[in-house]
Design a protein around this ligand. Structure first.
Ligand SMILES: Nc1nc2c(ncn2[C@@H]2O[C@H](COP(=O)(O)OP(=O)(O)OP(=O)(O)O)[C@@H](O)[C@H]2O)c(=O)[nH]1
Length: 288
């Protein structure tokens, strides 16, 4: 923890963890360290957890998300990925075997916010140049839900990355309004892509749970990293919000549907081998 000391000097406090992975071998002490931090809740506003550049953010996100379900005082606000604009194409191309995806793909796939850094080093520093635009298109094709912020030396407005409430129910109304803008058809696509499906029929909550169980737990061909969506649940006047990170998901009732809104389901998937036909036809099993 870094604070202004009494004389204006910086004071650093460390909570040391044994070597290991926070989502596996030192999971317990990681959670304990977070709890210890909470005892000093008055001395900080946010916890930023920086993983190594090679980490897969999925398991850590799941770990913090479970705590959220247990009503822990800590909640996951957003997953932020810093992308090196100068080297992204090369990093995405670092595919070791034909259909293997890179850490760069995974880190973008799980992100709620992508900071596209080092934009001064491309397009002669012009922020709207063709190289920057191409990179943004590529990032959006991997993850059509993330907010993208361009930066130099990661100099960003804090409100772009803190307190984004990416897992908050209010964010989903935006998703609903966004309308089907993720129209890339991913048919057996071996790359990580975003795909959205929608449907107007009301669905049965229990059937949706069964469907998600099959989709996320019974490993089929598709590898689904994240799902965000709104559900039109039968016999309910509330918008239900679906959020999934890897095998974990939750469905939360949000505000009531407004009169001027057309009740409908809209789900956005981020993953590998996403198959629109399978998703659409299997989702039909949820109709109530
Ligand atoms: N021109 C320019 N240089 C940058 C920018 N951001 C970082 N650098 C420089 O790039 C070099 C490497 O820094 P980073 O790419 O941030 O690497 P890092 O975060 O230290 O390394 P990892 O944590 O392993 O990813 C340093 O000399 C930084 O000063 C930027 O936006 N523009």
């Amino acid at each position: 923890m870094i604070n202004e000391g009494e004389s204006g000097a910086l004071v650093e406090e460390w909570i040391e963890l044994a070597n290991g992975c926070v989502c596996c071998s030192v999971k317990h002490s990681f959670v304990q360290a977070l709890e210890q931090l909470l005892e000093r809740r008055d001395r900080f506003d946010h916890i930023l957890l920086e993983t190594t550049g090679l980490a897969n953010p999925g398991p850590i996100a799941s770990l913090l998300w479970i705590d959220d379900q247990l009503e822990s005082a800590i909640h996951l606000d957003s997953i932020i990925t810093v992308v090196d604009a100068k080297n992204l194409w090369q990093q995405l191309g670092e595919t070791r075997e034909a259909e293997e995806i890179t850490e760069a793909h995974l880190q973008i796939a799980f992100a709620d916010v992508v900071i596209l850094n080092k934009v001064d080093l491309i397009d002669g520093g012009e922020l709207e140049g063709p190289y920057v635009t191409g990179l943004i298109k590529e990032i959006q094709s991997i993850n059509g839900c993330a907010k993208i912020v361009k930066s130099i030396h990661c100099n960003v407005n804090l409100e772009d990355i803190l307190d984004c409430k990416s897992y908050d129910t209010k964010r989903f109304s935006e998703l609903y309004k966004k309308n089907a803008s993720f129209d890339e058809v991913a048919y057996h696509n071996p790359k990580v892509t975003t795909l959205s499906i929608s449907g107007e029929n009301a669905v049965d909550l229990q059937k949706v749970n069964d469907w998600l169980g099959d989709l996320l737990w019974e490993k089929g061909v598709m590898e689904i990293y994240r799902i965000k969506g709104v559900l039109y649940i039968r016999n309910s006047d509330q918008i239900h919000l679906l959020q999934a990170v890897r095998e974990l998901y939750e469905i939360i009732p949000g505000r009531s549907w407004r009169q001027d809104e057309k009740c409908a389901n809209k789900l956005v998937f981020i993953g590998k081998y996403l198959n629109e036909e399978i998703l659409l036809s299997s989702f039909e099993s949820c109709f109530g």
